[in-house]
Write a protein that binds this ligand. Structure first.
Ligand code: ADP
Ligand code: MG
Length: 403
């Protein structure tokens, strides 16, 4: 069943409570990267342009002590939002109490208010982590502020917190609508629909450090994919399972049996690297060379090699849907970045396919390459996108009303 979206609702004259993801990096009051604020603009602008007003809630970092509150106020975020929207944005340094209620009461169509970091509710009270442990009373309180609730925070959709699931539950109980924003709608469209119902050939590319991090994704995507290309550190446990020597490469002994089982199950679908860039140390300056499927005893595989790149490219060229999670090597070090960059470039060139990138490090690699505009969808959620690719139902998505 499709989820209700903000565009399905008449927001004129309505106070729309929006859970956004403003969890941006901040140091000494200065925002390092405002991508997440920019990503929330379409939903906010839609509400304002259509005669509604917006009450914005977000978490920022983790609050464990009063000291954390100084560095983790949303005040600079509200200021940056004002610059981006080119209008005054009111900031209330609290998220509960009379100051909040007055600001909401005085809110006029076309106006925006940002409330303080929801996780300020995680300390100094009898409940404990009221936000992160979803105190139903807190969700109810916030729900009382708006006529409509919009969840647009995909980055926390894998968590059941007061500011997403709590509000949604209370809104529904009060007979008020709960809708997705444009950002979550896009995530559902790509990570959900495109992956569960892919246009074939469907190729999954998996990499990153560990098999153990990606087991859920492998299990979910093996039956759906036509090919699964494996690179990164996790490839070496699979190569070991095939009887190859892997030298000092990353190896998860407790996943060896699982790797053998997956290879037996998936057969030709699982494609492993046929060569590697292997180094004597885990360092960019270490002496390194291209080796075949076997890695010398004193070396470790830190990137897929040129033949593997060609093999992966030959499979990708016919793909109609591609999901990529996890770099092909230690791309943070320039000498071991080529495999990851080549895979990124290949995806950018697939103009006739739906291309989806999920995962924090893979996204960083895509940005480094400047290919983001050529990718159909780059997920904004690290943990949330992984859980989605595992086929799990995310509480922050499940709580949105059906159409
Ligand atoms: P993502 O965040 O995209 O899901 P992961 O967090 O799973 O990706 O993995 C990223 C990390 O994996 C990077 O820090 C990278 O250096 C590391 N990595 C990739 N290939 C190797 C390898 N061959 N050996 C050791 N670490 C690797
Ligand atoms: Mg990562």
């Amino acid at each position: 069943m499709a989820k209700l979206n903000i565009s399905d609702l008449d927001v004129k004259g309505k106070k729309v409570l929006v859970r956004v993801d403003f969890n941006v990096p901040i140091k000494n009051g200065v925002i390092g990267d405002d991508n997440r604020i920019v990503a929330a603009l379409p939903t906010i602008n839609y509400i304002l342009d259509n005669g509604g007003s917006a009450i914005l809630l977000s978490h920022l970092g983790r609050i464990k002590s009063d000291e954390d509150k100084k560095e983790l106020s949303l005040k600079p975020v509200a200021a940056r939002l004002g610059e981006l929207l080119k209008k005054d944005v009111e900031f209330v340094p609290e998220n509960e109490g009379s100051a909040v209620e007055t600001a909401v009461k005085n809110l006029k169509p076309g106006e925006v208010v940002v409330l303080e970091n929801t996780r300020f509710q995680d300390i100094d009270n009898d409940f404990g982590k009221r936000e992160s442990k979803n105190d139903p009373k807190l969700g109810e309180y916030w729900a009382g502020l708006g006529d409509i609730f919009v969840n647009d925070a995909f980055g926390t959709a894998h968590r059941s917190h007061a500011s997403n699931v709590g509000i949604a539950t209370a809104m529904k109980a009060a007979g008020k609508p709960v809708a997705s924003g444009f950002l979550i709608e896009k995530e559902i469209k790509f990570l959900g629909d495109a992956v569960s119902n892919p246009v074939h050939p469907f190729v999954t590319i998996l990499g990153g450090a560990k098999v153990s991090d990606k087991i859920g994704v492998i299990n979910n995507l093996i039956p759906k994919s036509d090919h699964i290309l494996i690179g990164g550190g996790m490839a070496y446990t699979f190569l070991a399972a095939k009887g190859h020597k892997i030298g000092k490469s990353l190896f998860e002994e407790d996943k060896l049996e699982l790797a053998k089982q997956l290879l037996a199950e998936a057969g030709d679908k699982l494609v492993l690297p046929v060569d590697s860039v292997a180094a004597t140390e885990f360092s960019n300056d270490a002496s390194h060379e291209v080796v075949g499927e076997d890695i010398p005893d004193n070396e470790m595989g830190l990137d897929i090699g040129p033949k593997s790149v060609e093999l992966f490219k030959s499979i990708l060229k016919d793909a109609k849907t591609v999901v990529w999670n996890g770099p092909m090597g230690c791309f943070e070090m320039p000498n071991y970045a080529e495999g990851t960059l080549e895979v990124g470039r290949t995806l950018a060139d697939l103009t006739d396919a739906t291309t989806i990138i999920g995962g924090g490090d893979s996204t960083a690699a895509a940005k480094q390459l400047g290919i983001a505009p050529k990718i159909s969808h780059i997920s904004t959620g690290g943990g949330a996108s992984l859980e989605y690719l595992e086929g799990k139902e995310l509480p922050g998505v499940a709580c949105i009303s059906d159409k």
